[in-house]
Design a protein around this ligand. Structure first.
Ligand code: CA
Length: 235
């Protein structure tokens, strides 16, 4: 067993999916641990310190979202949630309670591997960002200068309102990760009311227009329908 491999814990009760995911990951050089229950999975998080968790939301002994809450009390280990198409609400609460990303069943090998790579990369990137705090964020030809509070594309300043700037910065601090509507609203306005989502959507539409994204061609920010927004991370 090589010690420099990333260690991934799969918590999934369906044997077929568990072995499918295990095989994909092992073939691609990851070390894999598995659990069929939430209780054993939780124990394995503390005893084996995985670098990443792939968690099914529908487990027999505990709700997956409950398990995320428990894990987040003691660990920041990245979590990718596996959800069925019918669990739309669960997926959103999973993200709100600290999951890093999600994959909807049925999923393909390429999609799962891309999510795993991106999540591992972003968790390191975010650690550096928190430690560095100030500085610059660069993705493609966009640059955010946190000290001067300026966003520019190809060295051309983009005029954003205070709120728009705050949203862009928030997304950049979590680049690569989907932020739910509730998460963004709470971070930007503190509390939510019936008009909050509309207000967020209006701001996002303006931001995307100013950043030059045509509909369907989002270079910097993707719109995850019904869930939230994601700023693309650095490759
Ligand atoms: Ca299940």
């Amino acid at each position: 067993m090589s010690s420099n491999k990333y260690r991934i814990l799969i918590i999934e009760d369906e044997l077929n999916i568990r072995s499918f995911v295990k095989t994909i990951l092992e073939t691609n050089g990851y070390q894999v641990l598995t659990s069929g229950t939430a209780k054993q999975g939780e124990w394995m998080v503390t005893s084996h310190c995985p670098d990443l968790i792939i968690l099914d939301l529908g487990l027999p002994d505990m709700d997956g979202v409950e398990l995320i809450k428990k894990i987040r009390k003691f660990s920041r280990v990245p979590i990718i949630v596996l959800s069925a198409r019918t669990d739309e609400n669960d997926k959103v609460s999973a993200l709100d309670f600290g999951a890093n990303d999600y994959v909807t069943k049925p999923f393909g090998t390429a999609e799962l591997l891309a999510r795993v790579r991106a999540t591992l990369r972003n968790s390191h990137h975010n650690t550096e960002l928190t430690n560095g705090q100030y500085g610059k964020f660069v993705v493609k030809d966009m640059e955010i200068d946190y000290d001067r509070r300026i966003v520019s594309i190809k060295h051309q300043e983009i005029k954003l309102t205070q709120t728009e700037y705050n949203i862009v910065t928030l997304l950049s601090e979590h680049a690569g990760r989907v932020l739910t509507y509730a998460f963004i609203i709470h971070a930007i306005w503190g509390s939510a009311d019936s008009g909050s989502i509309k207000k967020l959507q209006v701001n996002m539409a303006n931001i995307r227009k100013k950043l030059g994204s045509k509909p369907g061609d989002n270079q910097y920010i993707s719109n995850e329908l019904g869930v939230g927004y994601r700023m693309y991370g650095n490759e």
